[in-house]
Design a protein around this ligand. Structure first.
Ligand code: PLP
Length: 390
């Protein structure tokens, strides 16, 4: 029956899966436009979604612009050229690489391919907000293992939570929202402790920002172990989150499982060519990553002066418990919004009383630090945060 204009469709009016009500909604952060309108501001900085502050590289922008002319054609379904390039980079065959509409899609597809009612998926909590979705969508059980005292995964407890019903284990490294990192040796010991037929997905969305000597070694484990898939993304360091492209590297069995459940043209043509081009400019990428890592250190140092707790981060974001004086009502998150600084409220990430701030440009970070200092008491030292319109 045609829908009359102006009629509001309601979920209760349609027959839906009994699981639907249990599936958590992914709550996006506030947009800059929403914050400007709500608080009558003339400018705001957005440090809430762990995005790159840098626009795509000029060469990437050119490739995207040129690709528009071919949009009347379907993309290459399996994304052969990008798969080949990624396979070469990681020393695996093209059948050991899978592409996703962002790495989010691959994580969701893993749930779809592997979980059934009566099975479990083990993940840490608090961790990436998407993970609880998998069990709920499949009618499986989520076993959420609390983080260790250092805000990193409690890998021993996670291994202990795996039983004969477990089909999938998710490890977020570095962990979002805390930024804590587990070294490759710890990951390897963890994998050794699990049954070989339990699938493990290590989500390395923030891998480029890890400044430890063992960064990236988990990928070599994916070449050796048939139960391991490592996912990465072009959304963060490559600055292409608007195009949606991520990938996974793992044994052919893992890749085959995800290829079966994905839609045929899951990554679009512009995303494929942009990702391919971005891979051709490692030096430019490295410069951007180095700037973010240096800024992360500056922000952490500044926060540590007055905050109760700053979790040492290996991502492009920092989780912090603001100083006691500034905690209260309205929350620090709300007070920062009023000053035109959009960060993520820890309460929405399972970390009440804390805020997660993404690392932006040096100027944006200074605006955040000044606003935070203003809330803590002293007058802003550096630049002036967003002004309220008269
Ligand atoms: C831990 C983690 N994994 C995966 C993603 C998804 O990234 P995308 O789907 O853009 O590749 C994010 C995004 O914020 C994330 O924080």
């Amino acid at each position: 029956m045609p829908v009359r204009p102006g009629r509001t469709l309601s979920l209760v009016a349609i027959r839906s899966s009994a699981r639907l009500g249990a599936i958590p909604r992914y709550e996006p952060g506030l947009t800059t436009a929403e914050v400007l309108a709500r608080f009558g501001l003339d400018r705001a900085v957005k440090l809430a979604s762990n995005e790159s502050p840098f626009p795509p590289l000029p060469e990437v922008a050119e490739v995207v612009a040129a690709g528009v002319a071919g949009l009347n054609r379907y993309p290459d379904g399996p994304g052969r050229a990008l798969r080949r390039a990624l396979a070469e980079r990681h020393g695996v065959g093209p059948d050991e690489v899978v592409l996703g509409n962002g790495s989010c899609e691959l994580i969701l597809l893993a749930g779809q391919a592997l979980l059934d009612p009566g099975t479990t998926v083990v993940h840490a909590a608090p961790s990436f907000a998407l993970y609880p979705h998998l069990a709920a969508a499949a009618g499986a059980e989520a076993v959420a293992v609390p983080l260790a005292a250092d805000d990193g995964h409690d890998l021993d407890a996670m291994a202990a939570a795996v039983d004969e019903r477990t089909r999938l284990v998710l490890v977020c490294n570095p962990n979002n929202p805390t930024g804590a990192y587990r070294g490759a040796d710890e990951i390897e010991r963890f994998l050794d402790a699990l049954p070989e037929d339990v699938a493990v997905l290590v989500d390395e969305a923030y891998f480029e920002f890890v400044d430890r000597p063992d960064a990236g070694r988990t990928m070599s484990l994916a070449r050796e172990r048939s139960n391991l898939l490592v996912t990465r993304t072009f959304s963060k360091a490559h600055g292409l989150c608007g195009l949606r492209v991520g990938y996974g590297v793992g044994a052919a069995g893992w890749i085959d499982a995800l290829d079966r459940v994905r839609q045929p043209f899951n990554t679009n043509a512009l995303a494929q060519s942009a990702a391919l081009e971005s891979l051709r400019h490692p030096a430019a990428l490295e410069r951007r990553v180095r700037e973010t890592v240096a800024e992360r250190a500056r922000v952490q140092r500044a926060l540590a002066e007055t905050s109760r707790a700053v979790t040492p981060s290996q991502g492009n974001f920092v989780l912090v418990a603001p100083e006691d004086a500034a905690v209260g009502s309205p929350s620090v998150h709300e007070q920062l919004l009023r000053l035109g600084v959009i960060v993520r409220d820890g309460a929405s990430l399972g970390c009440p009383g804390r805020i997660r701030v993404s690392i932006g440009t040096p100027e944006e970070n200074t605006v955040f630090l000044s606003a935070r200092a203003q809330l803590a008491g002293p007058a802003p030292r550096e630049s002036q945060p967003g002004r309220t319109r008269p």
